[in-house]
Design a binder for this molecule. Structure first.
Ligand code: DLL
Length: 432
């Protein structure tokens, strides 16, 4: 089902004209309402009058995650705080979270793009959708929730966790659509046996999976084990949350809702646009957002844009599955983790050295994180009790910063390999 034909099936020329108009508007707004943007534009000797069409977008300075941190928490908001009706947050690169704010209109647009995404996934008013993304500061739960309500589907706001209950709800309520991370969907499939839930007793037909990278090979595994259609949904808090783009039933790249988000692909080294169709870093400009409009935001996600028409009838550009990043962010059970956050915790503790390794594994379909950390010589001890207490202290500190469970292994001083170049801190053994 195409939710908004006028916008999703527009001719490319009309889309460019529409984007040009909205781009002019957002540039005016940030220039006048966000001091940080005004300074950046002034430094680049740019005024709003220099941005006439979409082709001028490349003149504009980029926005990066640290801009959000530097203006923490609300410094990049383009409206007075009284117009903000919702705040979400995700992990920042160091201690501080990335905070995003939405006006009432932003929330309505977000619900619209998620409703369109569900339309892409063939979820309609007759469906019962279980939202098993976390509800809270993370955008997954509430994002899917509002979009599903807008679509008119019956929403089961299960939130994340409690696998037994998830399966029971699915069975008892006749749930037809499941929204969660792709790794959790596989875990649910595996847990069915354990909890005595038979596939034949479930009405599930489609999954709306995202928030972490997953390959085509994983798509096949999910589709086979759950007997459903597995649809990829992409988004990031800074730009909106889930619903920036979504697969249609042809599963040949995620349609970007370009009337709200203009995508570009740049070379992450030179920062220049790549040739059409080439792979690089995805950059977005939000053209309708009021609360936190972002200009040329570097997502760090690596992908390519596909402009060939899609068989579904949508003319919206498609983006290929995102499997890599141009930074070191990891996604563990849907939670974004930056090694720099761990470094900050270790540096703040006198007992440890910032020499560490992070080992990521997928055990029984769930991601696990092990932190191997060197203990400072002064604190290293032969007493097991002391070491256990220290490891527990590190675990608590790291978990409260990352928001994800971690196993801590202490290492003797100077035992971790030193590298002459870039330290190899992350050992990702998952085969996504
Ligand atoms: O993960 C929003 C979301 C929620 C998307 C639910 C889809 C479903 P953040 O926590 O800000 O927002 O993390 C954003 O997650 O830059 C990507 O690296 C990664 N990501 C999100 N969706 C996908 C996907 C939400 N479908 C970061 N495939 C992004 C690959 C994804 N990576």
């Amino acid at each position: 089902m195409i939710w908004n034909k006028a916008m999703e099936c527009m001719s490319r020329d009309d889309m460019r004209a529409y984007q040009s108009e909205k781009l002019r508007d957002v540039v005016e707004r940030v220039y006048h309402n966000v001091p940080a943007y005004r300074s950046k534009m002034q430094a680049a000797k740019l005024g709003p009058e220099d941005i006439r069409t979409i082709d001028d977008i490349i003149k504009l300075p980029f926005t990066v995650k640290t801009d959000l941190r530097d203006n923490y928490p609300f410094g990049l908001f383009a409206v007075p705080q009284r117009e903000i009706v919702r705040i979400h947050a995700s992990s920042g690169t160091t201690g501080k979270a990335t905070v995003v704010g939405y006006t009432r209109k932003d929330i309505a647009i977000w619900a619209e793009v998620v409703a369109r995404s569900l339309g892409c996934a063939d979820v309609g008013p007759d469906d019962i959708i279980q939202v098993a993304y976390g509800y809270g500061l993370f955008t997954g739960g509430l994002g899917l929730h509002y979009g599903a309500e807008k679509m008119g589907a019956s929403v089961v706001p299960a939130s994340s966790g409690n696998t037994k209950r998830q399966l029971q709800l699915m069975e008892d309520f006749g749930v037809t659509a499941l929204a969660c991370t792709p790794s959790y969907s596989l875990f649910l499939a595996e847990s069915m046996k354990e909890y005595g839930v038979k596939r034949s007793n479930l009405k599930l037909k489609v999954g709306i999976f995202g928030a972490e990278p997953w390959s085509e090979h994983m798509r096949t595994a999910i589709e086979e084990s759950l007997g459903i259609n597995a649809i990829d949904i992409y988004g990031l808090s800074e730009i909106m949350g889930p619903g920036v783009s979504c697969d249609c039933m042809f599963k040949c790249g995620m349609h970007v809702f370009e009337d709200h988000f203009i995508p570009e692909i740049i070379d992450p080294e030179t920062l220049q646009p790549v040739k059409p169709g080439d792979k690089g870093e995805l950059v977005f400009t939000t053209i309708t957002k009021e609360g936190l409009p972002l200009i040329r935001y570097r997502t760090r996600d690596l992908t390519r844009l596909l402009y060939e028409p899609c068989r579904c009838g949508r003319t919206l550009v498609r983006m290929e599955k995102c499997l890599g990043r141009s930074d070191d962010m990891l996604i563990i059970r849907g939670v974004n983790v930056f090694p720099s956050q761990i470094e900050t915790v270790l540096l703040n503790m006198s007992e440890t050295k910032p020499h560490y390794q992070l080992i990521v594994e997928r055990e029984h379909l769930l991601d696990t994180l092990t932190l191997v950390v060197e203990v400072d010589e002064q604190f290293f001890s032969d007493e097991i009790r002391k070491l256990e207490a220290l490891s527990e202290k590190i675990r608590k500190n790291v978990e409260s910063t990352l928001g994800v469970a971690v196993k801590v292994k202490l290492a003797e001083p100077k035992s971790l390999e030193r590298s002459e170049g870039k330290a190899k801190r992350i050992i990702d053994k998952r085969n996504i």
